[in-house]
Design a protein around this ligand. Structure first.
Ligand code: NAD
Length: 420
């Protein structure tokens, strides 16, 4: 796996590239790179054995030019403040690119939640959100789930905030359970967006998605739903993998059957009747038309980029391609549909949930899905047009086009508001 830069340095390097393409003055760099506010919180939690443990949590509010800060909260033992800041900057660009009325924010707690009891997890979540209650709000900052947080954690956040503020403030978090203002379509949203982005890319590069051969790395929430929707669109999912390995069938896999086996046994590798079993890394190098990395970051690097045969890579995961890997692929003419476009389905569905909560209304599952599909198509079209007309394709990939559109939108809002 490729070496890892400080993610904040990486995020700043991407910002610099976009500002160079746009020809903006140097002073804009700091004005955009520095987060508006980073809150560090000491979290004292009573453990089940009666002892007290101290955890550290953060919320980075990167930019609010376009609207309230929006972005998830992750619980992870390796989370650092710089990682949270970088992720909040990426949220600014993702929300901007999607044309949502949101700025960017991200939160994190340095903790391994798998080592906490349910009661300890609840107390930690409530302490975190209570400490944050002065800094979040329906029109201020709206958290959501991320790595190792889920609708239950959002339910505790919502409840804690509503107790403190004395009301029912549904719109203060998204990704909530359906019973308390969440949307049924949330679970499919990121994978559906990935499939729509892949279909759009295939129509430009392959002449259509029908019959396209696809390999998917990761068979969790994103990988499974991306595979399911892509096969419904007529693509052939020839390989999928999880952390235990991959499976391959040249005729295409029956995705729902594979999912049943994964649920029953814990891994796709136990699915019978496949042509061959693969190592996780082999899935990336198969002779396919489309590759969907949907597991973890930094899997496509300078070490394997030459061996990748797909003509299109659709980034379901966040940050699966390193800068060095991307340079090789760009020279080879491989199209990379970047994460901030390909996996924006989650935050788009969050926006639909938030609007619905604020109106006190309801929306059908199909209506929510249709809105998402339309939004991802529009995003793809605008990035593609920019990529074709304004980007030097020998030097930059589609990622630069997406970042440049996103950064420019934020700059224009900052100028209109008199910040620049
Ligand atoms: P998940 O935990 O549901 O699934 C992850 C999958 O990846 C699992 O099947 C796991 O076995 C597999 N995996 C882990 N390491 C692997 C490896 N080395 N090789 C192959 N497979 C491996 O997570 P998810 O929600 O599907 O998220 C996947 C990625 O998508 C992450 O990068 C996440 O940040 C990103 N993402 C998720 C959402 C969302 O709404 N869930 C939104 C945007 C981005």
């Amino acid at each position: 796996m490729g070496h890892r830069l400080d993610p904040y340095e990486e995020a700043k390097a991407q910002l610099r590239e976009s500002l160079d393409i746009l020809g903006y003055p140097e002073e804009y760099f700091e004005a955009l790179a520095v987060p508006e506010r980073v809150i560090q919180l000491k979290l004292l939690v009573r453990m089940d054995d009666g002892s007290t443990r101290t955890f550290i949590g953060w919320r980075s509010q990167h930019n609010s030019a376009l609207g309230p800060y929006k972005g998830g909260v992750r619980y992870h033992p390796d989370t650092t403040m710089n990682e949270v800041i970088a992720l909040s900057m990426w949220m600014t660009w993702k929300n901007s690119l999607a044309g949502l009325p949101y700025g960017g924010g991200k939160g994190g707690i340095r903790v391994d939640p798998r080592r906490l009891s349910r009661g300890e997890l609840e107390r930690l979540s409530r302490v975190y959100f209570e400490a944050l209650s002065e800094f979040v709000g329906v029109d201020v900052d709206i958290p959501a789930p991320d790595v190792y947080t889920n609708p239950q954690v959002m339910a505790w956040y919502y409840d804690q905030y509503s107790r403190i503020k004395k009301g029912s403030f549904f719109g203060v978090v998204t990704g909530k359970p359906v019973e308390i203002g969440g949307l049924r379509a949330r679970v499919v949203s990121t994978g559906l967006g990935v499939a729509v982005a892949a279909r759009e890319a295939a129509s430009r590069v392959l002449g259509g998605i029908e019959g396209a051969r696809v390999a998917v790395q990761g068979f969790g929430n994103v990988g499974y739903y991306a595979s399911k929707f892509l096969s419904e669109m007529g693509a052939s999912i020839v390989a999928v993998s999880d952390s235990r390995g991959g499976i391959y069938s040249s005729k295409g896999l029956a995705i729902d059957e594979v999912s049943k086996v994964k649920q029953a046994t814990g891994s796709v590798v136990n699915y019978k009747g496949v042509e061959k079993l693969l190592a996780s890394s082999e899935v990336l190098e198969l002779d396919v038309d489309i590759l969907v990395p949907a597991a973890i970051e930094n899997v496509i690097t300078e070490e394997n980029a030459e061996r990748i045969k797909a003509r299109i890579i659709v980034e379901g995961a966040n940050g699966p391609t390193t800068k060095e890997g991307e340079e090789i692929l760009t020279k080879r003419g491989v199209l990379i549909v970047p994460d901030i476009l390909a996996n924006a389905g989650g935050v788009i569905m969050s926006h639909i949930e938030w609007v619905n909560n604020r109106m006190g209304g309801w929306i059908s599952e199909d209506e929510a899905k249709n809105k998402l599909v339309e939004k991802v198509r529009t995003m793809f079209n605008s990035v593609w047009d920019y990529y074709e007309s304004k980007i030097d394709r020998d030097k930059h990939n589609m990622r630069a086009a997406a970042y440049t559109i996103a950064v420019d939108r934020v700059v224009r809002a900052m100028k209109l508001r008199g910040w620049l």
